[in-house]
Design a protein around this ligand. Structure first.
Ligand code: C2O
Ligand code: CU
Length: 461
């Protein structure tokens, strides 16, 4: 069913997608039907599986996805509601689901060998947790990450505001490149050369699984776009052509004052919510463009579609998420050095190219290492994330939000986030209230860096 819907709506070369309806009860294009819904609870079933999917005209790609699509279906839940997802593993290897950016109990965090056992082929696991924060989030396995995410296992998780803001349409744009040959077969997901640098890039660039998908949106309408970077490598630098856009949220959290979008970096794992007023003229096009490479490319095209309903008037305010702030007055400072590897190798001889505080983590999906740091529950800390390398690293902490304080290179927005983008040689200082007990991963979201050492555990107890 997803296949049919996806192909109908955004199928390669089909041109204009179906309009996203205006008014209340706006539905996302790729929303998956929940298995069950009752007051306070939404329940989904997610089957992880390999299947052929058409990405290039030349042939089929043996992607891995959920419920028959890659990237997987969009899951939607209301802020404060409980999400229950049963993962059924029909892959040939273990997997899990991690809920990127959601502040949840440690046992639901989806890290194999750390927070739960591997979900073996043929087995299932039920995740259940409340989503306390509204915004754009996503999900993905935490096992054999470069391969599993690279082949398509990821998708959007949208937490709708308890008090929904008035937009005429709400559209998620899940950005991902693919390492495929002309006949559709996969290239090796990573090269040592790439892993030692900025990563191994895919040349087929998609949004919602299609190259430059077109979407019809209400002319003159106020549209909420949710760009979700599920790529394992690419740091996008995004601009909009043909309309003005305001950045209204980053990594799930609303800006106190929306900022006009010029060119915004969106690293792997990061999200950006935009408010865009569509042109009044039917047929006018608005293009989302990536400018991070020497040759910019259009990620997706929005087309104004005539319609008769009234459109949303002003920019609605998004309410702040209920995240407690750290008390920085007496918070101890902890430093994390993100650096090149220190010469260690995995059992199979693969070099561990990267490290945190001189320790490399082999992501073998079940290996337990000593925590990098042990934090006291409900204490506040100042964390210094120091990038000692010339490469950029989007650093992701599970389970809790951090509040950026300053950078030694630029000004930072003090918005809570789960992923801090470190530019070359940059140090970003953040505050953390360690209010969620458990062992939490801290890692680079350029997954080749993660899988070759740039990962560790922060223990809160
Ligand atoms: Cu988006 Cu450790 O993950
Ligand atoms: Cu990195």
């Amino acid at each position: 069913m997803y296949l049919t819907r996806r192909h109908m709506l955004v199928g390669a070369g089909l041109g204009l997608g179906t309009a996203v309806l205006a008014g209340k009860g706006v539905r996302s294009l790729m929303a998956s039907e929940p298995l069950h819904r009752e007051p306070g609870l939404v329940e989904y079933q997610m089957v992880a599986q390999e299947f052929p999917q058409s990405l290039v005209p030349g042939g089929m790609t043996p992607v891995r996805g959920f419920n028959g699509v890659a990237p997987g279906p969009t899951l939607r839940v209301k802020q404060g509601e409980r999400l229950r997802v049963t993962l059924i593993n029909r892959l040939q290897e273990p997997t899990t689901i991690h809920w990127h950016g959601i502040r949840l109990p440690n046992a639901m965090d989806g890290v194999p060998g750390l927070t739960q056992p591997d979900v073996l082929p043929g087995e299932s696991f039920t995740y259940e947790f409340v989503c306390p924060d509204a915004g754009s989030y996503w999900y993905h396995p935490h096992f054999n990450s470069v391969t599993q995410l690279g082949m398509g296992l990821s998708g959007a998780l949208i937490v709708d505001e308890a008090d929904p803001p008035a937009f005429d349409a709400d559209l998620e744009l899940v950005a991902k490149d693919w390492r495929v040959n002309e006949d559709g077969s996969f290239k090796p997901m990573m090269t040592l050369k790439g892993a030692a640098r900025g990563g191994t890039f895919g040349k087929l660039r998609t949004v919602n699984g299609a190259v430059n998908p077109h979407y019809g949106l209400p002319a003159g309408g106020l549209v909420r776009l949710r760009l979700i970077n599920v790529d394992i490598t690419r740091i996008y630098k995004v601009m909009l052509e043909g309309a003005e856009a305001q950045i209204i949220a980053l990594d799930g959290n609303p800006l106190t004052e929306p900022l006009p979008l010029h060119r915004q970096w969106v690293g792997p794992g990061q999200r950006m919510d935009l408010a865009v007023r569509m042109p009044e003229k039917a047929g006018a096009e608005v293009k989302l463009v990536n400018t991070s490479t020497s040759k910019p490319w259009v990620m997706s095209t929005l087309v104004s579609k005539a319609h008769t309903e009234k459109v949303a008037a002003g920019l609605p305010r998004l309410a702040e998420n209920p995240i407690d702030r750290p008390d920085l007055s007496r918070a101890p400072v902890i430093r994390y050095d993100f650096s090149a590897g220190v010469g260690e190798k995995m059992d199979d001889g693969t070099p561990l190219l990267w490290a945190i505080n001189k320790k490399a983590w082999p992501d073998l999906g079940g290996c337990l290492a000593e925590p990098l740091t042990k934090l006291k529950r409900n204490n506040s800390y100042i964390l210094e994330f120091a990038n000692l390398t010339p490469r950029a690293h989007p650093i992701h902490l599970h389970g809790m939000a951090v509040f950026p304080i300053k950078s030694d290179k630029r000004s930072v927005l003090p918005l809570p986030t789960d992923t801090v983008m470190l530019a070359s040689e940059e140090m970003v200082t953040v505050g953390l209230l360690a209010d969620n007990p458990g062992d939490w991963m801290l890692h680079c979201h350029i997954l080749e860096h993660q899988d070759t050492g740039m990962m560790g555990v922060v223990r809160v107890s």
